[in-house]
Design a protein around this ligand. Structure first.
Ligand SMILES: *Cc1c(COP(=O)(O)O)cnc(C)c1O
Length: 473
């Protein structure tokens, strides 16, 4: 072995196993410079929002096979490689990025990801990262206070889908405490609108209830739970011999961005002894905006809530909170008897509350965004994106040929242009790299769908989108 005080000449690759600190510093500088240029040109909208190079060509351009085979990257070759890698990615900071609900991350949370990548404190057990574990604990308590769960508990998971699964597991434990050891009773059901995120149906399947255990609730034309017809839904489930273990409402729905009426739904659940789950993956962040908090009125009636930070709290993927009104319910999800987490001399282990064994320092990235921008700054971010989306709706409505089926409540807006194939419009925009948007079905009809998530998106962007769509046909 080479003693670590003898330095190997630069740029010749020797398989050494401790960090070469000089290499690290140079490579990190190249990263910062590369990212600074990338974010600047992205948010200035100077480059295409998306490139669609075929994977074979991309693998060649990035030299993937060669690097895998030969190794030997240096700070210099890395700099070049990173440039090519960034150029081929999808630019979430770009004003014309209007697609999936993933944040254009703010840099404090990016720093947290970098730090975690370097130190790797998988803190589900306290002894594997006391600082990271404590940061998560405090972030969770802040979230619990926002939701209105003073006696609550929580955990951060790698994403909303896993968070929904965890919440459904807690609901199952409440309805069938023996399920953990004895297996799942065949009569359990979940009541949810057909517009619920697909991770709910998946959770039902993963939990052993089967997809058919998801009993669809009656909804209005826009997919929102029809409160007046809740009793019918419950009856339907019971008549089919089902025992509903949870009812799921959306805050807000993925497709439309519309909020279910949380308070009356919560009151119905309380009256009928139903576990009330609010999927706030996207829209719970509106709790931070004075102007929009009313959309979540009644969320404190929930038994469980999920809330993604990587959507509207500006962290990178993934960081999602599972929050429960009674702390013990979350621990009961993964065993038969409940327990509670306290600050103790020995710390605390979140591992009893998660599907994951090791997990990333998810709290730290939420914490750093909060520490930098404050709760107020994040609330203003939410309000500003919601306002821009609303502005898009106003602009689209005024134009001939555009049809908007509803007034948006969040930063998600659906529309159609003309009677033609909307998917074709989307395909053209992506192909030319001018705009990145998605589509969604409303009442069985395909619509174009815009999610305003980048702070760089402004009225000019939206006017340009409308101009472009109108010019296409
Ligand atoms: C995005 C979303 C999810 C899934 O979250 P991931 O973090 O992408 O797994 C669940 N529910 C709703 C309402 C969502 O919008």
């Amino acid at each position: 072995m080479t003693p670590n005080h003898t330095r190997t000449p630069k740029h010749t690759w020797t398989p050494k196993h401790t960090w070469d600190i000089d290499d690290f510093v140079q490579a990190a500088e190249a990263t910062v410079e590369g990212l600074a240029a990338y974010v600047r040109e992205s948010q200035d909208g100077e480059v295409p929002v998306i490139r669609r190079t075929p994977p074979g060509e991309l693998a060649g351009r990035l030299g993937l096979a060669r690097w895998i085979r030969e190794g030997g990257m240096t700070p210099e070759t890395y700099r070049e490689w990173l440039g090519a890698y960034l150029a081929e990615g999808t630019r979430l900071h770009h004003p014309a990025y209007l697609a999936h609900q993933t944040a254009a991350p703010d840099f404090p949370s990016a720093l947290a990801d970098f730090v975690h990548g370097a130190i790797n404190n998988p803190m589900a057990v306290y002894e594997m990262g006391a600082a990271a574990a404590t940061a998560e604990f405090e972030v969770l308590h802040w979230m619990l206070a926002k939701v209105g769960f003073p006696e609550g508990g929580g955990v951060l998971t790698h994403g909303g889908s896993l968070a929904n699964l965890t919440a459904m597991l807690a609901a199952r434990a409440a309805a069938a405490p023996d399920a953990w050891t004895e297996g799942v009773p065949g009569d359990l059901a979940i009541l949810a609108p057909p517009s619920a995120h697909y991770s709910i149906t998946r959770a039902a399947a993963i939990l052993g209830l089967g997809e058919r255990a998801v009993v669809p609730l009656d909804v209005d034309d826009l997919g929102r739970i029809d409160v007046a017809r809740l009793p019918e839904g419950l009856d339907r489930a019971r008549r089919a011999g089902r025992r509903p273990m949870a009812l799921v409402a959306a805050a807000c729905a993925t497709g439309t961005g519309l909020y279910d009426a949380l308070r009356p739904i919560g009151e119905f659940c309380a009256e009928h002894g139903l576990w009330y789950h609010v999927d706030g993956a996207h829209g719970a962040s509106a709790l931070l905006s004075e102007e929009h908090r009313h959309l979540l009125d009644g969320i404190d009636l929930a038994d469980s809530v999920i809330w993604d930070a990587h959507k509207m709290l500006r962290t990178a993927s993934l960081a999602a909170a599972v929050l429960v009104r009674r702390e013990g319910d979350l621990d009961a999800a993964f065993k038969q008897e409940a327990s509670y987490l306290f600050y103790g001399d020995q710390g605390f282990d979140l591992i009893g509350r998660t599907v994951e064994c090791s997990k990333a320092a998810l709290g730290t990235k939420v914490f750093l965004n909060l520490a930098w921008r404050g709760e107020r700054g994040l609330g203003e971010h939410v309000a500003a994106r919601y306002a821009t989306a609303h502005r898009f709706w106003e602009l689209a409505r005024e134009r001939p040929g555009f049809h908007c089926p509803y007034e948006p409540e969040s930063n998600i807006v659906c529309f159609r242009y003309g009677d033609g194939d909307q998917a074709e419009i989307r395909e053209t925009l992506l192909e030319e790299g001018s705009f990145h948007l998605t589509s969604a079905e409303i009442g069985g009809v395909r619509h174009l769908r815009v999610t305003v998530i980048a702070p760089a998106t402004d009225d000019k962007t939206l006017e340009a989108l409308l101009d472009r769509v109108a010019a296409l046909t």
